[in-house]
Design a protein around this ligand. Structure first.
Ligand code: ARG
Length: 431
């Protein structure tokens, strides 16, 4: 490992202890270093504005930061165990290339606000991706809800055949769910859109740092004002982002469950395009819906990350190194969660209903609720109508189209209010 930023004369560095402290931090920092570079640039600009750096020094730093970002993108520079973390690697590179100007970059900042700002920028981008994946899912679900409004499908409760439903109704459910999920991701992104850079170790510094400038330069909506709160927000904001991702993943998990049932021979409602299935190494006859299953499993990584970060946050105020261990779960949770979410729109666009199978799973008993309500509408007290409609001799082969058309309260198949969902979705995509 290159010389530690904080190394002092006369203090021996033990390799095992150092390895424990660094853990996998430098590897995880690969996810964040581009943001740390951006924030370093804004910080340097701020230092120039208050006379700590000359214009020439700033130009050199800006040039070297750009070159580093470029080297990283091209794989010429690799962040690895040579450094304790990304912060050290950036300072090291600037000092190596620029001498004193590089040694000045850390004036008025701490790795505590550095890691916060890099993570914050990363979280904003991740949440934007959650929003766009969720709107893409909602878009497809909403379109198919309209197109397949009249495609009959059994409606289940307790996984038992219950009432007549339609593919359109199934789609509309996911459309509204993913509109909510997209909106929540947008709201969470806006909620955490605050710049912690300039709060240093958590207590400010004796310099008039141009925090307004770094806030604007980094595209934040506002400044996170209180230095102690900036530290308190570490973990808290990660948790909010994971919860937001988690709400989309909860719905994704249930779609995956539906599809794993519907693609089974027992249901036989859905045909998945071949690329979403895999074969078995021993059973030549198999096509398995592994993609759906891993989408379902991705929730576990998001949930685990939430638990890990929540556990780490049992701390007094101020910075504590414990928080470093929150990075792994965060990165893993978003990697898994977004990995699954990103695949969902195309999967939903491609799935095909086996309409005959769905139609033949609708049996006479599934019109019993319609009958009970019809009798009640004709004046029979509902409980008596219910008893009447419970008699198997009253059950007859019905017409799904009539049943669906009669579901006229708002949201039902006879008045599905898709225009309301359209308007909400349009509002999210317009902003
Ligand atoms: N890797 C550290 C973290 O994630 C960076 C901040 C280190 N700060 C410190 N005071 N040791 O928290």
């Amino acid at each position: 490992m290159s010389k530690l930023l904080w190394q002092k004369q006369g203090v021996a560095v033990d390799a095992d202890i150092q390895a424990f402290l660094a853990a996998d931090d430098v590897i995880l920092d690969r996810e964040f270093i581009a943001y740390d570079i951006r924030a370093s640039r804004a910080h340097a600009e701020g230092l120039q504005r208050i006379g700590i750096l000359t214009q020439e020094e700033l130009d050199g730093i800006a040039r070297e930061l750009d070159a580093l970002a470029d080297d990283l993108a091209r794989g010429v520079f690799v962040l690895d165990e040579r450094w304790e973390d990304m912060h050290s690697a950036i300072e090291d590179r600037l000092t190596e290339r620029l001498g004193d100007a590089g040694k000045k970059i850390h004036t008025g900042r701490s790795r505590n606000d550095q890691v916060l700002v890099a993570t914050r920028l990363w979280l904003k981008d991740q949440l934007d991706e959650v929003t766009s994946s969720c709107t893409a899912v909602a878009r497809i679900a909403l379109t198919r809800a309209g197109v397949e409004r009249d495609v009959p499908m059994p409606g289940y409760t307790h996984l038992q055949r219950a009432v007549v439903s339609s593919a359109g109704m199934w789609w509309a459910g996911w459309a509204e769910a993913f509109i909510d999920n997209a909106q929540r991701a947008r709201v969470t992104r806006d909620w955490l859109d605050a710049n912690p850079l300039g709060t240093a170790a958590g207590y400010g510094v004796n310099l008039p740092l141009d925090r307004e400038h770094t806030t604007t330069a980094l595209g934040f909506a506002r400044m996170q004002v209180s230095p102690p709160y900036a530290q308190l927000s570490r973990g808290k904001f990660e948790l909010a982002a994971l919860e937001t991702l988690g709400s989309a993943m909860l719905d994704l998990r249930r779609i995956a469950w539906d599809l794993s049932l519907f693609t089974s021979a027992e249901f036989g409602f859905v045909a998945l395009p071949a690329q979403y299935t895999t074969g078995s190494s021993i059973m030549p006859n198999k096509r398995n819906p592994d993609v759906i299953e891993l989408m379902r499993a991705a929730y576990a990584s998001v949930a685990a990350a939430k638990v890990e970060i929540e556990q780490l946050m049992s701390l007094p105020s101020g910075y504590h190194r414990d928080l470093q261990f929150g990075k792994g779960g965060l990165v893993h949770g978003f990697l898994r969660g977004l990995g699954a979410l990103r695949l969902l729109p195309a999967l939903l666009a491609a799935l095909e209903w086996k309409q005959e199978r769905m139609r033949s799973a609708i049996e006479p008993s599934m019109y019993a609720t319609d009958l009970a309500v019809d009798l009640a509408r004709q004046g029979l007290p509902f409980r008596d109508a219910y008893c009447e409609a419970a008699k198997p001799e009253r059950w007859a082969e019905g017409d799904p189209a009539t049943s669906l058309a009669a579901r006229v309260s708002p949201g039902g198949t006879g008045d599905d209010h898709l225009h309301v969902l359209e308007a909400r979705l349009a509002q999210i995509t317009a902003n």
